[in-house]
Design a protein around this ligand. Structure first.
Ligand code: NI
Length: 187
């Protein structure tokens, strides 16, 4: 398995819209395995293919404490969302170190294909519901900070660009690069 590079906000490739998966082959299985490893290593609870510069409708999620309940969603769609909405403190592996409240549907019913191309439906609430909606936004080219005020978003953009320059500098001077940052709960 290979650790994949996670695109960082405000990389423009995070704004690409993902296309449906049509081939359920060994290449897709390898991508899912690599994305899962990348998500666990970060660590995070969800990762969309968009975040690793693969613009297909593929999401991996594991909200378990033990990191042993990987869920794969392909060509996913939300077929029902509750009227009840909740604000949840979100983080994102593409925006490391930033956490903020986003209001979303408290429950969603999702229809998707599994890694074998078989359809399934799932009723999700709590963190899983948040995660599914957050990852689906990635597939549409949207990062969660775009829900925040323009002022906050601009501050985050400046901070990310500054960090990016620091990482580039330390990568060119130190053989092992900058230490990775992350917190459980990032998606
Ligand atoms: Ni994210």
């Amino acid at each position: 398995m290979t650790l994949l590079t996670i695109l960082r906000y405000p990389d423009k490739r995070l704004n690409k819209v993902a296309k449906p998966v049509t081939q359920f082959d060994a290449r897709l299985k390898k991508l899912v395995a690599d994305m899962a490893e990348t998500m666990y290593e970060a660590p995070g609870v969800g990762l969309a293919a968009t975040q690793v510069d693969q613009h297909i409708q593929l999401v991996v999620i594991d909200t378990s404490d033990e990191h042993n309940q990987l869920q794969v969603f392909i060509n996913l769609e939300i077929i029902w969302a509750s009227e009840e909405r909740k604000v949840y403190e979100e983080g994102c592996l593409s925006v490391p170190g930033i956490y903020d409240g986003v209001e979303r549907a408290a429950q969603v019913r999702v229809r998707a294909l599994d890694l074998q191309g078989q359809p399934f439906e799932l009723l999700a609430d709590e963190l899983l519901a948040v995660c599914i909606q957050h990852e689906m936004d990635h597939l549409l080219g949207k990062v969660f900070v775009e829900y925040l005020s323009p002022l906050k978003r601009n501050r985050i953009k400046i901070r990310m660009q500054k960090e990016e320059r620091e990482i580039e500098r330390s990568n060119s001077s130190a053989p092992y690069g900058a230490p990775r940052r992350g917190r459980t709960g990032s998606q």
